[in-house]
Design a protein around this ligand. Structure first.
Ligand code: NDP
Length: 292
């Protein structure tokens, strides 16, 4: 198959909400789309729009040079890859399933053993963001393959290439998710305290938004200091952070809300204070989180 042809046809394996949105975006863009899903019956609407359903995962891989995988995790990826091994030679697997950087590297190694290559992807938007060029996906893997298939990948979202290491796209994705999950759980905890005191989530919203909007300013101030190893306590002190988090914990508990979440935060800070860093900035925790 020529490069031109491969640019206009694609296989999508995995028809969860994300894979369905991806296959739909390719159909919208005029691609010939072959799909396969472990559980039959998920391709219905896509078939009506012109997609072709392969009878097996192997047949789906055989159909195109570019194969998009949108599976729950890499356990699912490895299960599918095992079934399609004989068809992998020469294939480019855009693996847009989430997991750890280590597992992304392992998958790339296994694919290379079978003559295939992986472009790892970390999609940063929900299915509703697929097909929108303003959305973004982290990619990593062989740069020449990324360049060759960039147009096809950009049918799904904008493409942010992070480097050759197949683990990098997942690494960038997971560090974003670290912030996302702690922010979301923190948001829900704060809302629980608000509701326990008769303040609705909607009443709380403008104040929440204002605090969230202040975060980029803090991050822009601290990032160069963290990079430079400068943790001087001129604008904030770890001991102050400990007292502040304890106030949150007590407010939660006084409101009948579980204080376990702020207690975990306080514990991380307290260890730093007990080790003699009470007069340093909160940013000193960056180095102390590392286990080496
Ligand atoms: P789902 O878990 O809903 O669906 C994923 C697909 O994986 C399904 O088609 C499922 O098949 C298939 N699958 C699971 N296990 C196996 C297996 N052992 N063998 C073969 N197929 C298997 O995930 P989503 O569609 O929501 O997401 C896909 C990926 O995209 C995930 O890695 C997710 O983390 C990532 N992502 C999702 C976002 C979202 O908002 N949904 C946002 C950003 C990233 P079956 O139908 O047979 O169960």
């Amino acid at each position: 198959m020529s490069v031109e042809q491969s640019k206009r046809s694609v296989t999508v394996i995995g028809l969860g909400p994300m894979g369905r949105a991806m296959a739909g975006a390719y159909l919208d863009a005029g691609y010939a789309v072959t799909v396969w899903n472990r559980t039959p019956g998920r391709a219905g609407e896509l078939l009506a729009r012109g997609a072709r359903e392969a009878p097996s995962a192997r047949a789906a891989v055989e159909a195109n040079e570019l194969v998009v995988l949108s599976l729950t995790d890499y356990d699912a990826v490895f299960e599918v890859l095992e079934a399609v091994e004989p068809a992998l030679e020469g294939k480019v697997i855009a693996n847009l399933s989430s997991d750890t950087p280590g597992r992304a590297r392992e998958a790339a190694r296994r694919l290379a053993e079978h003559g295939a290559a992986q472009l790892t992807g970390g999609v940063q938007v929900p299915p509703s963001g697929i097909g929108d060029p303003a959305s973004s996906t982290f990619y990593s893997g062989p740069v020449e393959l990324f360049q060759r298939h960039r147009a096809a990948l950009e049918v799904l979202t904008g493409a942010d290439y992070r480097g050759d290491d197949p683990g990098l796209a997942q690494l960038y994705y997971q560090i974003q998710m670290d912030l996302f999950w702690s922010s979301m759980v923190g948001y829900l905890h704060a809302t629980a305290i608000a509701e326990a005191n008769g303040i609705t989530a909607e009443e709380f919203l403008p104040y929440l938004s204002s605090t969230a909007a202040s975060m980029p300013g803090f991050q822009a101030f601290y990032a160069p200091r963290i990079t430079g190893g400068d943790h001087r306590g001129d604008v904030d002190r770890l001991a102050m952070a400990l007292a502040g988090i304890e106030h949150v914990r007590h407010t939660a508990e006084d409101s009948g809300v579980d204080g376990a979440l702020p207690a975990v935060l306080a514990e991380a800070v307290r260890r730093g204070v007990e080790d003699g860093f009470g007069a340093a900035s909160l940013t000193v925790l960056v180095g102390r989180f590392r286990r080496e």
